[in-house]
Design a protein around this ligand. Structure first.
Ligand code: TTP
Ligand code: MG
Length: 403
């Protein structure tokens, strides 16, 4: 019996099957090990070009190059249509335009790509705490049981991530799933564009055998030339040598070559240290003692904090109110919630209660709102608490009523 993943409805079922028996979709992925693999590499397809094409629907299927025009300009990336003409990243622009004279050339717009990247990372963070971004458009994810935040299997979770990115950002990604980083990244390369490929433990060695030594992580052009000069062209050539022999030839790196050549890689997925807290503050034009005014300004700050939480894909447990009196004394008061939240309304409910305790006639010159004890957004704001999480508009109405 084979486990089959439907990339359209993101369900896993037992095969064999030609089309999905749940949604009728045809994008099925069958692999005997799919249920037991949990290291993924996700990479956006032609990232900068995909974002530019999304924002310029008039380009349709026309070739697009993102890069710097002019004498010494180079191609940063090209859409897959332009790639069929031979255009590649890092190619001089004049050469790219010789190959594909009718291509549209657009200068990179990093601010937009960073925004898209943040949304994508927030989507990853909803699946696991173990996300290791490699660049704006790619990351490793560890979806093994202890790190997995969703109940679904890694394959189904990954299919859902791809679907969400397509729906929300209207760009496509490719996914590689395997038992370690090296094989997951290799699988992702095979999948491009808009694919999902799996490399199982059992097939890894045979699959690697005919590949160039250049496919091995850490083998750059110089090392590759040195290896090729000594007759080591394919990974099979490395597999034929013992670890001792490889260490003899390449020193410590030889040990690594031996492991990788057999499809082993013990590097773990290491997430960046997450941000500890998110806050926003503002100084009043004129010092105030009015609880209504303090709440009104606090609400705007809560909304800013909530937006930042959403952007980073995190939620927090401790709410902090900071007030500075007109004689520059700083007060910091906090409250702990029963569940992590991302919602402005819930943050504001705590902040408002704290304000009410402090607003005793003193004048304040500054107010700040913060949220700490941050973690991944999944699991935040359980449904039964939604009723407490008033929308900001509702709270605004309450402030107005409070006068
Ligand atoms: P890549 O993921 O390497 O390339 P890509 O996303 O354009 O295409 P692919 O489908 O093959 O993944 O890089 C991500 C972005 O990084 C890319 O869109 C542009 C930028 N980039 C550079 O700035 N310089 C480079 O040399 C490369 C390769 C990419
Ligand atoms: Mg990419």
């Amino acid at each position: 019996m084979t486990h089959i993943l439907c990339r359209d409805c993101c369900q896993v079922f037992d095969g064999p099957a030609e089309i999905c028996d749940r949604c009728g979709g045809g994008r099925l992925l069958a692999h005997p090990e799919i249920a037991s693999l949990s290291i993924a590499h996700i990479d956006c397809d032609a990232f900068y070009a995909a974002v530019e094409k999304r924002d310029r629907p008039e380009l349709g299927d026309a070739p697009l190059i993102v890069g710097h025009s002019g004498g010494r300009g180079v191609v940063v990336t090209a859409c897959y249509v332009a790639r069929t003409f031979g255009v590649r990243s890092a190619m001089p622009m004049f050469q790219a335009l010789q190959l594909c004279p009718h291509a549209t050339v657009i200068q990179p717009d990093m601010a937009t790509y960073k925004r898209v990247s943040e949304t994508i990372r927030a989507i990853f963070a909803g699946a696991t705490t173990m996300v290791e971004p490699l660049s704006l458009d790619e990351a490793y994810l560890d979806l093994s049981d202890e790190h997995r935040l969703a109940a679904a299997s890694p394959g189904a979770t990954l299919a859902r991530i791809a679907k969400r990115i397509e729906e929300e950002e209207r760009i496509t990604v490719s996914i590689g799933l395997s038992c370690n980083k090296f094989l997951a990244k290799l699988a992702c390369e095979f999948a491009k564009p808009r694919g999902f490929s799996v490399i199982g433990r059992a097939e890894a060695k045979a699959l690697l055998a005919p590949m160039s030594v250049r496919k091995i992580h850490g083998v750059g052009a110089v090392t590759a030339r040195r290896m090729e000069a000594s007759g080591l062209n394919t990974i099979a050539d490395l597999q034929a040598l013992t670890e001792r022999e490889l260490v003899g030839r390449f020193g410590k790196f030889g040990g690594r070559l031996a492991r990788f050549a057999h499809g082993n890689d013990d590097r773990s997925v290491t997430p960046f240290r997450p941000v500890k807290s998110i806050s926003a503050e503002t100084t009043f034009g004129q010092d105030t003692a009015s609880p209504g005014r303090l709440r009104e300004v606090a609400l705007g700050l809560c909304e800013r904090v909530a937006k930042e939480l959403a952007r980073k894909g995190v939620a927090g447990l401790s709410i902090v109110l900071k007030l500075k009196t007109s004689d520059f004394r700083v007060l910091s008061r906090s409250r702990r919630l029963s569940h992590p939240t991302q919602r402005a309304g819930l943050i504001f409910a705590s902040v408002a209660a704290l304000i009410d305790r402090e607003a005793d006639g003193r004048h304040f010159r500054l107010i700040g709102v913060g949220i700490a004890d941050l973690g991944p957004a999944a699991g935040a704001d359980p449904a039964d608490l939604f009723s407490l999480a008033d929308t900001p508009k509702l709270q605004a109405a309450k402030i107005e009523r409070a006068g």
